[in-house]
Structures are given as structure tokens and as C-alpha cells.
Design a protein around this ligand. Structure first.
Ligand code: NDP
Length: 291
């Protein structure tokens, strides 16, 4: 059996960011302004602060404008909706992202629905979810888009592949399944009530694991030669007390059988922000009538 190919998400994300930077420069030259991404952070969740910081830095690095709104945890629903309304109307803002989760008491569903679908760069608005489902052009959720780009980096056509997506969340499992369907895969969505999950996964030429359970998908669940995209990010105990990150797939076991696999970290993770930047440029280009 040939050695499994490691899908290097970091390198693929970097290449994607370079492409976006070229597009962003062209956008600015044609419109006389940079594409703008507004990120709204409410409260002081440490993980969210780290994400928002890297989003801002990478936005600027690709030649786009980063606009950040940091609001206190006590912000009311009305105040937050007011800000979204202003960002919707602001011509310099092409993309709006509200960092989730919101502090308790704020209704994230209502906030997402208040975002102009044309600026919904997270792709979570029901209008964009509906467009994805009906095959209309839409802003597509970033992590699922990253998964598909990673799979296509090793198999440019996914046509006819048996794909099994483990997990059915609105932010990962369901949209990734829709995207794979659009790529002409035969898609099965598995979840916590699926009977004989190992048997279902064994059918797959392409497995996307988005569960949130460390190393749940074992090596002997995987068909030899399959492509495995591991979305899971789980911190488990390690000898040094700091903990280490693992995916939803038992990496070393799987590596012995797969055709190609994404590592954790360094696989799907780096693609998420790169896809957010791509969505921002897409949204900007559509709004400016350039796409
Ligand atoms: P959710 O908790 O929203 O969904 C998890 C899904 O897994 C559910 O559909 C659930 O099924 C299913 N599931 C849970 N237990 C089992 C089981 N024993 N067997 C089969 N299916 C099971 O998680 P998310 O989709 O938000 O995230 C999934 C993982 O991806 C997490 O580790 C998260 O940290 C990571 N993630 C990574 C991102 C990145 O940038 N790399 C971005 C987003 C998420 P049911 O519906 O029946 O409960």
C-alpha cells in the first residue's frame, strides 16, 4: 500500500490567501476602496478573542479592511441589532461576521437573521442556507467550504464518490453534505442515532468527521484508500499537563489505511479563516457588480 498522503491545510490555506490577496488588490484598483470585513465580538470569551484577532490580522494581510466592534458582555439584544443594522447600511462593509457563541441572554438566531444575506460571510443566514440547498449562488459556511477544497486538493473531481459525513450540525455537517452533493457525491449523513456507524463509514470513499469526540472514528472503520477530512478539534490530557489537540479520527490508525488524510492541527482549521476571506472578497465583488 502506498504511503498515505497528508493533506497540508496550512500550505493550502496559504496558497488560497495569496490568491485572495491578488483578487483583493484587483478589487481595490477597480472600485477605489478595499473590500471590508466587519467582525463583531460580544463579551470576553478567551477563545473568541483569539479567533477575532487572527481574523483581523489575516484580513489586513490579504489587503482588505478589517473593522472590529468589541462590545461588553452586558450589551442588549437591541443594541446588537442596532449595530447590525448600521453595518448592513454601511457601503464600506462587504462582510459581517458575528463571533459565536454570544453571551447568555442574546439570541444568536435573531442576530444572524438580521444580517443582510449579501454580507453574511459566515453563510449562516437561512437565505444562504436555502440557496445552498437549492443550488443557487450563495455565501457558503467557511469550514464546510474548507473541507471540500481540501478533498479536491487530492481528488480534483469528487464525482460519483460515496461520501459519509459524520455529524449533522447546521454549521458543519449539513452544509458540507450539501456541498458534496453539489460535487456529485452520493452523500450519507450519519449522526448519534445512526445504526452501525462503523459499517456506514466503511462504505465511504470520502469521510468527513465533524462530531466533537476525540478519535471516535477508528482506523478499521475506514475503507482502504479513502480520503478522510477531520473537522474535529478536541483537547485531551497529555503528560505535560498542557493537553494536546486531536481530531475526531484516530489519526495514526487511520493513516495506515487511508489514501489521504488531514492532520489535527494543521488540516481543516487553517482553511476556515482563508475561506472567510474568500467569502468576503466574493461578497464585495458581487455587491460591486464585478462577479
Ligand atoms: P455539534 O456538537 O454541533 O454537532 C456534532 C454532531 O456529531 C451532531 O450532529 C451529533 O449528532 C454528532 N454526534 C455526536 N456524537 C456522535 C456519535 N457518538 N456518533 C455519531 N455522531 C455523533 O458540533 P459541530 O458540528 O459544531 O463541530 C464538530 C467538531 O468540529 C467539533 O470538534 C468542533 O470543535 C469542530 N469544528 C472545527 C472547526 C474548524 O475550523 N476546524 C469549525 C467548527 C467546528 P446528533 O445531531 O444526533 O446529536
Amino acid at each position: 500500500m502506498p504511503e498515505a498522503k497528508l493533506i497540508d491545510g496550512k500550505a493550502i490555506a496559504e496558497a488560497l490567501r495569496r490568491e485572495i490577496a491578488t483578487g483583493a488588490a484587483r478589487f481595490a484598483a477597480r472600485t477605489g476602496r478595499p473590500a471590508g470585513l466587519a467582525v463583531v465580538l460580544v463579551g470576553d470569551d478567551p477563545a473568541s478573542q483569539v479567533y477575532v484577532k487572527s481574523k483581523g490580522r489575516q484580513t489586513i494581510e490579504t489587503g482588505m479592511r478589517s473593522i472590529q466592534h468589541r462590545l461588553p458582555a452586558e450589551t442588549s439584544q437591541l443594541e446588537l441589532m442596532g449595530l447590525i443594522e448600521r453595518l448592513n447600511k454601511d457601503e464600506a462593509v462587504d462582510g459581517i461576521l458575528v463571533q459565536l457563541p454570544l453571551p447568555p441572554g442574546l439570541d444568536s438566531g435573531a442576530v444572524i437573521e438580521a444580517i443582510d444575506p449579501a454580507k453574511d460571510v459566515d453563510g449562516f443566514h437561512p437565505v444562504n442556507a436555502g440557496r445552498l440547498m437549492t443550488g443557487a449562488p450563495s455565501l457558503v459556511p467557511c469550514t464546510p467550504l474548507g473541507c471540500v477544497l481540501l478533498a479536491k486538493s487530492v481528488s480534483p473531481s469528487l464525482k460519483g464518490l460515496e461520501a459519509v459525513v459524520v455529524g449533522r450540525s447546521n454549521i458543519v455537517g449539513k452544509p458540507v453534505a450539501q456541498l458534496l452533493l453539489a460535487e456529485d457525491c452520493t452523500v450519507t449523513i450519519a449522526h448519534s442515532r445512526t445504526r452501525d456507524l462503523p459499517g456506514v463509514v466503511r462504505r465511504a470513499d470520502l469521510v468527513v468527521a465533524a462530531v466533537g469526540r476525540p478519535e471516535m472514528v477508528r482506523g478499521d472503520w475506514i475503507k482502504p484508500g479513502a480520503i478522510v477530512i477531520d473537522v474535529g478539534i478536541n483537547r485531551i490530557a497529555s503528560g505535560d499537563g498542557k493537553g494536546r489537540l486531536v481530531g475526531d479520527v484516530a489519526f495514526e490508525e487511520a493513516r495506515a489505511v487511508v489514501g489521504a488524510i488531514t492532520p489535527v492541527p494543521g488540516g481543516v482549521g487553517p482553511m476556515t479563516i482563508a475561506c472567510l476571506l474568500r467569502n468576503t472578497l466574493d461578497a464585495a465583488s458581487r455587491r460591486a457588480g464585478l462577479a
